[in-house]
Design a protein around this ligand. Structure first.
Ligand SMILES: [Zn+2]
Ligand SMILES: [Zn+2]
Length: 338
């Protein structure tokens, strides 16, 4: 019987274990993917530490998956072996619950999450429902596509749904794993892009990624600086600091939106400032497989790419620690040799 290597966690806070498993067969409505690369996301800590409600072990983490369809199960339409594909955080949806019937697939009551409710991409092969699968363009290498399946789609899909039009001022708060992609997407979408981060030393990077204005939030008041530009139509908050979000909200233009994708525990808001300018604060969920597919296609066409540090699958533990250290520039990606 053919076997594969996977990296699993067998209990909350357990270590990463490299184990041999039988290569699984795809069931009805599912495909088997030969994984070529898998990004390591901070949310993988939910699997590692056991903080996701109801998670069962052993579990293979990984929801930034890029690879090739190796086999399809029964009742599959539109997918075939050999297609290059990605799988992200959204692990598929049922298509018949009330949310799905309203087109809100991300809110599906089945709550399938790749690498959490079923085994993910720290592996040579994985099984995914076809509703979780995104087509990956031929010109995008797997290791570059992988982080786009979470960090990429989160920022791309948030920005394209934020209400800004080409020429509007859009600020990206934070210049890390999400923010370095957010700046690129914002610039390529035609927004006047403002990068906001701590320290003067990040300015060259922000400008290289496409920001036309840089605000050093340590030396300047970011809200005041944004108001000098006429205010931001959208501020995409990628940092996980509630204080940083509170400090920047005053830079919103009339009808502007602070769009939050960074998971800060809390922030302060000014109700008078919101209501007096019809401003809003809104959260944004990442996206489903078709949003990821759009993200990959847009990135391939426009040259948006993540900056990655690469590790082979066997060094998953070291790679995870590197991601958790916060020092990686900017995404950590596991590569899997065939
Ligand atoms: Zn993620
Ligand atoms: Zn559903």
């Amino acid at each position: 019987m053919a076997t594969m290597r996977v990296v699993q966690i067998s209990r909350p806070n357990g270590s990463f274990e490299i184990v041999e498993r039988q290569i699984p067969e795809p069931g009805s409505g599912s495909v088997r993917i030969r994984v070529q690369a898998c990004g390591i996301c901070h949310s993988d800590s939910l699997t590692k530490e056991g903080h996701y409600p109801g998670i069962q072990y052993p579990r293979v983490p990984g929801h930034e998956v890029a690879g090739v369809i190796a086999a399809v199960g029964s009742d599959i339409a539109g997918w075939q072996p050999g297609q290059r594909v990605g799988v992200g955080w959204n692990g598929g949806y049922c298509g018949h619950c009330d949310y799905c019937r309203r087109g809100e697939f991300f809110a599906c009551v089945t709550h399938q999450v790749t690498g959490i409710t079923y085994d993910g991409g720290y592996a040579e092969y994985m099984i995914a429902p076809s509703s979780a699968v995104a087509l990956m363009p031929a010109e995008l290498p797997a290791a570059e596509a992988a982080p786009l399946m979470c960090a990429g789609v989160t920022t791309f899909n948030a920005l394209r749904n934020a209400g800004a039009r080409p020429g509007d001022t859009v600020a990206i708060l934070g210049l890390g794993g999400l923010g370095h992609l957010g700046v690129q997407y914002s610039a390529k979408m035609g927004f006047r892009t403002v990068g906001i981060a701590r320290g003067k030393e990040k300015e060259p990077l922000a400008r290289q990624l496409g920001a036309s204005v840089y605000i050093d939030s340590e030396a300047q008041d970011p809200a005041a600086e944004l108001l000098k530009l006429g205010g931001a139509k959208v501020i995409l908050a990628t940092a996980t600091s509630g204080e940083a979000m509170s400090a920047v909200q005053g830079g919103l233009a009339v009808n502007g939106t602070l769009l939050i994708v960074g998971a800060a525990p809390s922030m302060q808001v000014s109700p008078v400032f919101l209501l007096s300018g019809c401003r809003s604060i809104k959260g944004w969920y990442s996206g489903t497989s078709i949003d990821s597919q759009d993200t990959l296609a847009f990135s391939a066409r426009t040259g948006v790419r993540p900056m990655n540090e690469m590790f082979p699958l066997e060094r998953a533990s070291e790679a995870y620690d590197r991601m958790m250290s916060g020092k990686a520039r900017f995404r950590v990606v596991l590569t899997i040799e065939p």
